[in-house]
Each structure stands twice: as C-alpha cells, then as structure tokens.
Design a protein around this ligand. Sequence first.
Ligand code: ADP
Length: 601
Amino acid sequence: MKNLLTILKKYWGYDRFLAYQKEAMGCVLEGRESVVVLPTGGGKSLCFQAPALVLDGMAVVVSPLISLMKDQVDALIANGIPAGYINSSMTSVERRAVDSRIRDGSLKLLYISPERLVMDSFIEYLKRVKLSFVAIDEAHCISAWGHDFRPEYRKLKTLKEEFPGIAIHAYTATATEPVREDIASELNIGTPEFIVGFFDRPNLIYSVKRVDKRLNQVIEVLERHPGESGIIYCIRRADVDTVCSQLIEKGYNALPYHAGMNTADRTRNQERFIRERTDIIVATIAFGMGIDKSNVRFIVHSGMPKSIEHYQQESGRAGRDGLEAECLLIFSDADLGTWSYILKDQSAEVKDITMKKLYRMYDYCVGLECRHKALVNYFGQEYDSTCENSCDICLENVEVSSDALQIAQKILSNVKRLNEYFGADHNAKVLTGSKDKRLLKLRHDQISTYGLLKDYSYRQVRIWIDQLLGQGCLVKVEEFGTLKIEEAGWQVLRGEIIPKLLEPPKPREAQKKIKRAVAQSWEDVDTKLFERLRSLRIILAEKRHVPAYIIFSDNALRDMARRKPETMDEFLMGYGVGEIKAQTFGEIFTKEIRDYLEEIR
Ligand code: ADP
C-alpha cells in the first residue's frame, strides 16, 4: 500500500486514497477478483491504473467507446504512464508502434473494445503477452438489467476459459444489486469481492422546480456559472433545437446534440464541448456516454428524466472532479404525457415498466425529503439525517407552514367537492378563486370551496398539491391526471394526521442561498489568476490535441490560484501535480503566476 501511495503522488500528485480505492486496489494487487461499484467521480479508474504500475506485466482494460479509451489514455500519457489503445481509428503506423511496445513489455496498460478482445486472433495474440489482470470498465453494459446493455460485452464470458490464471475485475457506477450479481455471473467470476461505495454525491447541489418560464429558469443557472461548462438535457429533439437557439440568441455559447443530427455535426459539437470551445451543450439523453469531462459545473434537466436511474447518471456527469456543481431539474405534469407519447410504439411490458419508473421520478420531483437522502434511499442505501446545505429542500424550504392541517383540509375538500374529477391545475384555480373561463362555465365559482385559499398565489397552492401528492394524500390517475383522495388524505380530512407543507422562500433569498452553496470551494481562490491559468490551459491543450482538463483539472488550477506557487518546488507540492506534469508544465505555469503577481504588485 505504501508503494501505491508513492505511485499516487509521483504520477497523479494525490496524497491519499478516495473512499474504497484502497480496498479495490488491494484486490487487484492480491489477485482477488472484484466487482467495484463506486459513484461517478469516485475514482474508479485509479483503482486499476495504479496497481497496473506495481504489478508485473500488462493490464488489459476493456472500454466500450473509442472516445473513452482515448480520453483515459491521453490522461495517463500526460502523467507519464506507459499506456496505449488499439482501435479502429488508428493508422497502421500507430498500430505497429503499440504492437512493438506490447512485445517489448514496456506498455503497462492496454485499452481495448470488448469486440476486439474476444476475437480469436486477438486472444491468440494476447496469449503470447505477459498479462497482469483484466479490468472491465463500464461493466454494467454486460447486464440486460442495466440501462446501457451492450450485447458484445456478453462475449467476455469466454475470457475466464481463455486466460484461466488471470484475474478479472469489473468497475461500474450502477448501483442496483441485480446488476452487480449479473456482472459477476456473466463474467464467470465465481466469488468476487463486491466493493460497493456510498452513492451520495456530496458535491452536487440538487434542486427541482416546477416549470414556470422555462428559459428564465435555465438562465438563472447559467448566470451563476459564467464561462463554465454545463449540459442542458431536453426530452425531445425539437426542444433541444428550440432551447439551443434561444440561448444563442441571448448570447450564450451553446451547441445542440441529438440523434437526429448527422454524425459529423454531433462529433464536432461534442469535441468543441470537451475542448472548452463551447460552454454549453443542449442535448437529449443521446449525449453523455463516454464524456469523461471532469469539470462539468452544472446540469439542467429542462424536462423530467426517464427514471431515477437516468437522473442519477445524467446529473452524475457534473462535478466528477469533486468540486461543487449544480443540478437543476425543471419538470411539469405534461412531461409524463410527453414520455408516454414517446413510448407509444413500445410493447405493453416495456411501457408498463417505464411508466412505473416515471411515476417514481415524479414522486421524487414533488417529494419533500432531502434530495440526497431520497436518491441514496432509492438505491437501497441509508442516509443519516439530511444534507443540510446541498439541496433545495434543505437550503430553501425552511419554513414549515403552521396552518398545514387547515390548508391541506381545504385542498382535499376541494378535490372532494369536484368529485375527484379534475386535475391539479384546475383544483388550484378553484381554490384561489380564479376567473378562468372554463371554470366559470363549469360553474365551479359556485361551490363552497371556491376561493378558500385566495390569499395565496396559484403557484403556491399548486406546489402544496404536489406536496400532498408526494406524501400519498392524493394520487394522480391515469393520463388525464385527475386527483383522487388516498387513505392518508381521508385521515387528514378527519384531522387524524397532519401533513407537512412547506412554504418556499422568496425567490431572491433562495437564489442567494444556492449561489453561496455553489461558491463554496472558491474560497481564497484568486479568480483573476484562475481565469488566466484557465486560458493558458486551453492553449496548451489545443497544441497537444487533448481536452483541457487533461492538462490540469479545475481542482488543480484552483489550488494554484490559491497558493500561487512561484518556484518549481512549490509547484510540485500542488494538488494534482505529479512529477511528469511538473516537468512538462511547471515552468510555464509558474512563469504565468510570477507575471501575474508582478502586474498586481
Ligand atoms: P470515475 O471513473 O469513478 O467516475 P475517475 O476515475 O474519472 O472517476 O476519477 C474522478 C476524478 O477524481 C478524476 O479527476 C481523478 O483524477 C480524481 N481522483 C481519483 N483518485 C483520486 C485521489 N486518490 N485523490 C484525488 N483525486 C482523485
């Protein structure tokens, strides 16, 4: 382990292990096969990369996408680690160069696709090489239970027979137990060690808002992150195009990405995002797999995701570097209808499962529980207490209404008066005494509950209805979304239980709080210097044809802009600065810092 810590410092510039890395690396060193499940940003790659440097022979890493392979290999090479890949994008000269390094034993990590690894000729080729172990990255692709099933992963089952003495280790961020078990059984690894991390992402600040001037809600987030990278997810391609052009019109640096675009445009936009030539990608869920960009600072869902699993994965693309990042989900009831329309050609079985997952997602949106707790609980883990300052529920909605019982009874009575025949919007209109044409035509201004909550805004009442839905007092029925009273609701009407109703604070107050949370780790950072170092990073990355974060992560740059190292020795002490990076970039970065300090002195 001491050896590993030295390696961590020397090559990566890190001083300690992240949670479970030590255990996971121990398995690799001792040849105990493992299935490692850590959340995005948990540092899975290092779990196999660091031991590969200690063990004799070459490690084979199975990776599903060329872009992922390239990203990881570029990052390894930038740290001075002998790594390479073989894939179809290579020229024959490049291929021969890798072959010769495999043959002379100098390559420590070889990245490869599952298709290639199981080809007979490639297996024969590898049998002549001294291997240390096989690592399967994104291992959930092997499971039909997972969300990214890739049939070619299934063929990896033969590895155990072809390379009997070589340990296999699988890595994934997918939490559910059936997927984990399935991975072990599909890989034919009998009794692996299961190393399962904690699924919370403490650096992500979650909030959920019911739609209300969608574009403004999106822009509120963008305003908190000028010049930073982020993704805006939309449900439909048409929404991607609309939102993207609206943002461009407002002067934002945004590009679209969806499956309806041609491959060349898609690849170009993705590249521009990764290389920090554009700040914002507006995309459908087609975007994301293979994006290892560590400094995504915000994810906005401009529509409800398909399931909590999808939400976890899509929002999880933010803040891989461990720095705070913001995830806003904007939802509306209409999103359920949109998804139902998208699913219309699916089999009844698929539709049924997907709709159930969508309703769970909806419950999350209208829920009143700490978001971190709700997500972690969904994946079957406990979360003691609440996050306190990293979600809208804990940050914003502090005041519990003292009239909760009365208000809830008024809402539920109204549902009853309307014979449980109308949806949430109509109920809110009646309660707030709206003069809506349809309402008047139905003579709902004549019923006894009309205007009972006229002292509150329509929006506020609508949010309370959501909260009653979230607590099981009401339920939404089928596609028309009519409200029906559940047993808990009848109990509220009889005064037997008191539901929880929260009053959201004034919008400005809420924004201030989120802003403060988002700014946490900028403490003591000289932001002007940070911007200069960031520009320098982009220039260096362009020259080397690698993404900017491969030169240095945001975390490393913030550390520099905090400590302002002027000498090589000081530079080498920095977070995320290994020996090779110090040799390659130390002079140029310390010079930039010295120049800056000179200018401001
Ligand atoms: P995952 O594959 O689990 O999403 P990565 O392997 O991409 O995570 O790691 C996420 C980030 O954390 C990377 O920027 C990586 O360099 C960094 N990291 C990994 N291990 C450590 C460590 N021990 N100390 C500090 N940072 C680390």
